[in-house]
Write a protein that binds this ligand. Structure first.
Ligand code: FES
Length: 464
């Protein structure tokens, strides 16, 4: 909100004669240094600190209504402070006037709407991948207690400006949003900045996304949409799958049905794209938890391209040979409905066998592990406890990852963990028999990585 300066708020900068003679003068007021410039018969006042990296603008040059900073040569319009070089950001401008031959400035910068200003800068920073502008926007909006605005703006920018869909940048943004509540408030802007920067990078040189319109239809049966969606993903029909999903969201079908639709398709094949596909879908739902379900129609379809284009691990050698894990898992999947039905009548809510199951997954033989896990389901162990046990096993695989391994191997163990975690989170959001297949698939991925714990990295000893 712009306020009208009064005689009381104005600060005398000097005589008009003096400033006109010297061309500029720096005045200090209310903790700021303000540069008053006289150029072509007019007075201007700008913050003396270059918004790029702080060089004093009084050391710059004025010519034809433009102030140029000599450090990295950013140019600023004297009349308003906007930069002609977006990497540098705009410099705050101040009201300046003459009274009785003296020049006065208002030490409060001219800003009509700070939130709108920082939101515009955030978009500008994302478009130009301008880290400095992004950092300042994040801090500015954080000071206005509008961190959700940053997440929403960055998230929608990320899905609208990347035709191939969901990106690692959006996953990082979501992960940062997830940890905000446990971070010290001073550290939160840095975490958000980290996510925003990666969204900007992941949209670099990408074509924009154009949404397909939802179907104009009377069909409102969730099961029909789930069936259609899985079929179109199976046949890698990206547009048909996207339009099905978008229609289901547009028709306001139950959110659990939407989640089941995506999670079922993500587990119709084994460990799609080394686990990324399910992780992306889970992250997309988590992102909506932060920015609001009203953005589901834009956000969720962004995961479809990675779903229809995903590699299916039953087609990879390591899941087939020397142990045919794909066949073992097909056998488990075929018996899973019966096991879940048997277990549902004697649910054991007090089950605490996570450590034992994790030991079995980490060190056992795959057929034996799968049989034991299936027995636990039949005995009434809640599915979300079993998914937690697999996530715990995957985390221990990472903990015992030996530093003599290659960096690429670290990606391998971390993919198993993010997949197992995604299954666990998804089971809590929208449990289903179809999604439960992912619990077993995740366990086999952890099994496959057993040699990355040879030798076994011990737990770090406590220091101090
Ligand atoms: S400090 Fe002014 S342009 Fe870099």
């Amino acid at each position: 909100m712009t306020t009208t300066p009064t005689q009381d708020t104005l600060v005398r900068a000097g005589s008009l004669e003096e400033i006109a003679r010297d061309g500029m003068k720096v005045v200090a007021a209310e903790g700021r240094t303000i540069l008053v410039v006289h150029d072509e018969g007019r007075l201007y006042a700008l913050d003396n600190r270059c918004p790029h990296m702080g060089f004093p603008l009084s050391r710059g040059a004025v010519r034809d209504g433009i102030l140029t900073c000599h450090w990295h040569h950013a140019k600023f319009d004297l009349s308003g402070g906007c930069t002609l070089d977006p990497f540098a950001d705009d410099v705050p401008a101040f009201h300046v006037e003459t009274r009785d031959g003296d020049v006065y400035v208002d030490p409060q910068p001219i800003e009509s709407d700070r939130r709108a200003h920082w939101e515009a800068k955030l978009r500008e920073g994302l478009e130009g991948r301008l880290s400095l502008v992004l950092a300042k926007s994040v801090i500015g909006l954080n000071e206005l207690e509008a961190p959700t605005d940053v997440l929403r703006e960055a998230a929608l920018f990320g899905v609208r400006n990347r035709a191939p869909g969901w990106s690692s940048g959006l996953s990082i943004l979501t992960a940062m949003a997830n940890v905000l509540p446990v971070l010290h408030e001073d550290d939160r802007p840095l975490a958000v900045f980290h996510g925003v920067v990666h969204v900007g990078r992941s949209t670099a040189n990408q074509p924009p996304n154009f949404d397909l319109a939802p179907l104009e239809t009377e069909m409102r049966d969730p099961d029909r949409y789930i069936d259609w969606f899985r079929r179109f993903v199976e046949t890698r029909s990206t547009q048909a799958a996207e339009r099905t999903l978008r229609s289901a969201i547009h028709l306001d079908l139950p959110r659990t049905a939407i989640a089941e639709m995506l999670f079922a398709a993500c587990t119709d094949h084994l460990f799609l794209d080394t686990g990324h596909t399910l992780d992306f879908a889970n992250k997309a739902f988590e992102l909506l938890d932060h920015i609001g379900w009203e953005h589901a129609e834009e956000v969720l379809p962004s995961v479809v391209p990675s779903l229809t284009g995903a590699r299916r691990m039953e087609e990879s050698s390591s899941w087939r040979h020397p142990v045919d894990l794909a066949s073992l898992l097909a056998g488990v999947h075929a018996r899973l409905d019966d096991a879940i039905a048997a277990g549902s009548v004697r649910l054991d809510d007090d089950w605490r066998g996570h450590r034992d199951v994790a030991d079995q997954i980490l060190d056992g033989e795959p057929a034996e592990t799968l049989d034991r896990m299936l027995s636990l389901v039949r005995e009434g162990v809640p599915l979300e406890e079993l998914s937690a046990a697999v996530a715990y096993a995957a985390a221990r695989r990472a903990v015992h990852f030996h530093v003599s391994n290659e960096f690429g191997d670290w990606d391998t163990v971390h993919h198993s963990f993010t997949y197992a975690n995604a299954v666990d989170q998804a089971m809590r959001r929208a449990p289903s028999n179809l999604l439960a297949r992912g619990i077993f698939d995740g366990a086999m991925s952890v099994y496959l990585e057993r040699f990355l714990n040879v030798p076994r990295q011990p737990h770090p000893a406590p220091s101090g």
